[in-house]
Ligand binder design. Sequence first.
Ligand code: NAD
Length: 512
Amino acid sequence: MAEHDVDVKAMLTRLGIDPGGENPGVYDGAFAAGTGGALASHSPADGALLATVAQATRADYERCVETGLAAFPRWRMAPAPARGEVVRLMGEALRAHKDDLGALVSLEMGKVLSEGLGEVQEMIDIADFAVGLSRQLYGKTMHSERPRHRMYEQWHPLGTVGIISAFNFPVAVWAWNAFIAFVCGDVCLWKPSEKTPLTAIAVCKVIDGVLERSGWRGISNLVIGDVVQVGEPLLDDRRVPLVSATGSCRMGKIVGPRVAARLGRSLLELGGNNALIVMDDADQDMALVATAFGAVGTAGQRCTTTRRLMVQRGIAAAFTERLVASYGSIKIGHPLESGVLCGPVIDDDAVRMYERAVARIREEGGEILCGGSVLDRAGCYVEPTIARVPTDFALAREETFAPILYVMEIADIDEAIRVQNDVPQGLSSAVFTNSMKTAERFLSHAGSDCGIANVNIGTSGAEIGGAFGGEKETGGGREAGSDAWKAYMRRQTCTLNWGDDLPLAQGVEFEI
Ligand code: NAD
């Protein structure tokens, strides 16, 4: 065993994964080996082969869609609270497997163990939320302008929800979508990231017993396969009324138009380029921790990662110096090792992307204050990096999915908001200030243009109770809490005449 305490083979086995062996890449109420060739899953922590997966082909995809369609007519007619009970049981199954699943998330994706466990906790939280929601799928009633008429809105299930998920939240994103979709009466078809297939299989293994015992196998389906065999067929499939896709803006620019071309619905959760503003009057201790966690947590691979730090002139030099010093105490290493705060990035491609970005920062006149190197050890480890750049630095307008933080100096809140908003993405944003006026200015209509705007809280780590998502190239979708459930249902306006006449709306006369 390496420097950590987890017995990897035992952990994989408890989750139903065959360590070193080939695992089924298809789940449609039964697990099946896909016929699309083997996909290897290596841990970014040390490059070790965890297991392989027999990937799905187009034919396997077809079977999964048919399974969902066959389950839907009965599932949609189950009372919503009964559907909530099935989700409650899934949440309980996740509670029972939290330690193993959290460790697998860490091992396959690379986030440190407390974040791996936190991700499974997020699934459990959303299950709890969905259970309550199953009794609260409210529609409005309206007063009709016509006598003895009743008018109201009701919400019906959509059908099959296609879920495309990213590698960085390999299990939570499925739960955000699936648990809400299930209580809404939908069935789901999941296409996870090809970089994290084992966590997806493990989730299906965890919930399989619940589906079997409750008699609801078929509502939750999984296809692990490449974009050509299963990704793009999902986009073009008229039997899938909603495609919820989480990933890069590049992917969203393909998915959005393609689903729209068949007039389907898409829910897009795409890249971010999140800024944290620290004003002269801020609590600097709080701002420091929020910045370090936001920029380094998950090795800079959260959609809400802090990528740009804007510090007001009066404290910029001193605050930056403290931040650089704090990076010196961040332990980089195996995600399952205690005390480690920064694990690996996902793969060699991510390491190369980091190297290219660091080289470009230097070429284009940025100043690397700390970090900037790839660690010479097994696994995909890079140094968390801080670069001082001007506010118009071109590379800072892009999302580089790595722990690189750009520090900029700003004169006042107006300049900070202008620079913050002047990027294509619009996910998360934060200001640290003790001025009520500055906070309200940031939250006003003329303030942050992001889907998430925080005061004295960092950009990273949202709670599930709020609607989650962002504007502009982040895609405009909303998931998780609040009324995000409405995206998973179709609205129907009903008017019922209990009188003896047929009055027309707007006083229109039509005598025959
Ligand atoms: P990615 O875009 O490379 O892949 C995401 C998913 O899309 C994968 O399952 C992939 O197979 C699939 N995909 C890619 N092209 C496709 C196509 N043409 N048709 C169908 N499916 C396709 O993203 P990634 O590297 O896995 O994840 C990182 C990105 O995700 C970052 O940009 C991050 O900000 C973003 N992200 C956003 C949120 C959010 O809620 N806004 C959450 C997590 C991650």
